[in-house]
Write a new protein. Structure first.
Lengths: 234, 234
């Protein structure tokens, strides 16, 4: 195996970071890291890209309709591609009473070097940090809604249940993401019912065409369609 | 609605944090936050509790059998309760070739104020930070295994698919977690097949009895069984 790039850089306590474009990593280097491990673990840090607060500064402060909220998160999905900060997915946690945006989210998988940071997860994490609770449905909090430019994958479906939101609004269908090569993962067919049984209402197909178009444009522009199966080591 | 506790404390750019025990939050305070929002978003930061590196310092450096790896993560689940850092779940990412621990994980939902930080998610996030890739199955990396003291919930099942691991090893069954009141979420019945179709082998019931006993002990000691449905705002 040839070694083309090893870049030791990144957060100060990150043992080894390499550019996401690096195709080969030295097995020797990995072994050296493992053998010298002193059980120091990194801090995982996640920040929204600066273009998001800059962009929001110019937007309305309330988003009274499903369509208005979807238009915002679909614009985030578009800008995330244009700004080169991640995949073609946007989301937001909104107050369901006043329709104010609490926290936006975009897909940050590649830039944060984490397969967890889908747009919905980022929005949920940010909203919970802002409100200081692991439960957006905690007593005393207003009800919250998760709006996502594409139907949640298996991981984000589970995350929606645990987030404490009372409503979920989806743009593109899972099929639209699968049509460009993303895997939706192991989701039960009756996922809408599964959410409703847990007290979460679901609205689908809001602005689907525009949201699906963002996905199509992404793949036409050769955007990377990553998933967990791309590795070939056994 | 009466207001019993508002604690404005926490990370410097966290708009409002309150103690997880606080039962009431002022709606007025929330409204003031939303109305004064200047679109400054917090940084989400996640660190392992210090007892984990301290504990690992005293352990073996390789864990050659399924049972040895499960014993380690089950001990982490026990210690997480004893140390008061989270719920009764432990996990780890191991190298599948050398059986070395790459990154441990414990449930940090309440302490990190995030419904996302299940043990499996924490282990995946940490391992990906350490290796500098969103894909633990990336070309050039050794194969990795996720070992978890309890079968993954719906969210962690999806996360397993996207993490790049090649093997999953589970202790307690989902039923064992449900028996003490945790919800496993919307998982397809054939979730093992769904993983295997994605190139991930699954081994269940390793040290199930001991792992399930940790769950039972937790609930007998009145550990909090949180989930997204505890909120009552509509």
């Amino acid at each position: 195996m040839s070694v083309t790039a090893i870049k030791v850089d990144g957060p100060p306590n990150c043992l080894l970071c390499f550019d996401s474009q690096a195709k080969f990593i030295s097995t020797k280097a990995i072994n050296e890291i493992m053998n010298s491990a002193t059980h120091t673990f990194p801090r995982f840090q996640l920040e929204l890209p600066q273009w998001i607060p800059d962009f929001l500064q110019e937007q309305a402060t309330t988003f009274p309709t499903h369509e208005a909220r979807m238009a915002l998160v679909t614009t985030l999905s578009k800008l995330n591609i244009e700004q080169g900060t991640g995949g073609p997915f946007g989301a937001g946690i909104f107050r369901a009473d006043t329709h104010q945006l609490v926290a936006p989210g975009v897909n940050l998988v590649m830039s944060s070097r984490s397969s967890i940071t889908h747009a919905e997860i980022v929005a949920i994490m940010m909203a919970q940090q802002i409100l200081g609770s692991h439960d957006l449905g905690a007593t005393g909090l207003p009800p919250h809604e998760l709006v996502t430019s594409c139907e949640p994958c298996a991981m984000c479906l589970g995350a929606t249940c645990w987030s404490g939101v009372h409503h979920l609004v989806c743009g593109a269908r899972g099929y639209d993401a699968e049509a460009i090569g993303f895997d939706e993962g192991p989701k039960p067919q009756n996922w809408v019912t599964a959410l409703e049984e847990r007290g979460i209402t679901v609205t689908v197909d809001i602005g689907r065409q525009e949201a699906a178009q963002v996905l199509k444009n992404y793949v036409e522009q050769n955007g990377e369609v990553y998933n967990g199966r791309q590795g070939d080591s056994e």
